[in-house]
Design a protein around this ligand. Structure first.
Ligand SMILES: Nc1ncnc2c1ncn2[C@@H]1O[C@H](COP(=O)(O)OP(=O)(O)OP(=O)(O)O)[C@@H](O)[C@H]1O
Length: 271
């Protein structure tokens, strides 16, 4: 549903955060991005909904075409839900009102001066029900637990009726058990609705448990791209080892210099 054709990003300060990258994301695929801090995961995620414009290359989305066009980008953004590490909820608003902010893209700025239509509120309540928080609809967001706030974040993405969900380290600030709950819920919803998801995580066990496909990044490049079935126990163990003991940068540079991402073999060195 989304194709990146040699997309590269260089920020204003000269940092090349994403080297020319070509990827195809199938509709309904649950894709996990792994990589150390600074590898370029956030940049890739932000590029996928046009928050960061590619310096070169193009992104084509099914049904809207190239995201270079303003109209195409607007339509694509409307059907792309974002989930953030720190939820980015408005603390003094209720859970439901936070969810409803996800509908704003569907209305003109003039329309949003007035209460949103009843059908939108109904949809908001349904989305809260799907994340198990219907009973918290009227509770202020800042009175919810971290896990509940993140579930409100999921509901806010869902109310957009998205084709694509992008999540930048959505469970980084949650305890391990809550992280699993939140990811299970997200995974279940994406599978049920056929939503494509691109999610950055730092835990390989979660990547393995929830992803269909794992993409590892290093220094702005995709260095490994594998289906989750190709990830063996041995490889995961070696990834943990290299994470724990610090990795050989020489080895990493060797791999990142490949113009084509390597499959599983490179995953070990990638992280
Ligand atoms: N707005 C920006 N302006 C300049 N440089 C940036 C900007 N955002 C990110 N960078 C740089 O681009 C590189 C990739 O950063 P990015 O945030 O994409 O990595 P990441 O893999 O998401 O890291 P993390 O796991 O810490 O979020 C880093 O060197 C970072 O310092």
């Amino acid at each position: 549903m989304l194709a990146l054709n040699r997309v590269a990003v260089t920020y204003g300060n000269g940092t090349q955060a994403l080297k020319p990258t070509s990827l195809k994301l199938a509709q309904g695929q649950f894709v996990v991005l792994l990589g150390r801090s600074g590898a370029g995961k956030s940049t890739l995620i932000r590029t996928l909904n046009g928050l960061v414009a590619p310096t070169s290359g193009s992104i084509i989305a099914d049904g809207v075409g190239s995201l270079d066009g303003e109209r195409a980008l607007r339509v694509h953004r409307r059907r792309t839900g974002m989930i953030f590490q720190q939820h980015q909820l408005i603390g003094r608003l209720s859970a439901l009102d936070n969810v409803m902010t996800g509908r704003l893209g569907y209305h003109s700025s003039f329309r949003t001066l007035f209460p949103l239509p009843r059908s939108d509120r109904q949809l908001g309540l349904e989305c809260l029900a799907r994340v198990g928080l219907l009973d918290k609809a009227l509770v202020r967001a800042d009175q919810l637990s971290g896990g509940q706030q993140q579930r409100v974040g999921i509901a806010r993405a869902l109310v957009q009726q998205p084709r694509l969900i992008l999540a930048d380290e959505p469970v980084a600030s949650l305890d391990p058990e809550t992280a699993v709950e939140v990811l299970s819920q997200l995974r279940h919803i994406c599978t049920t609705d056929g939503i494509t998801a691109v999610i950055s995580l730092h835990q390989i066990d979660l990547a393995r448990r929830f992803g269909d496909r794992v993409i590892a990044m290093r220094d702005g490049s995709v260095v490994a791209d594998a289906s989750v079935d190709e990830l063996t126990d041995q490889m995961c163990a070696s990834i943990y080892r290299s994470e724990a003991s610090g990795r050989s940068s020489q080895q990493a540079h060797h791999h990142s210099s490949h113009s084509q991402p390597q499959p599983v073999a490179a995953m070990e060195a990638a992280l």
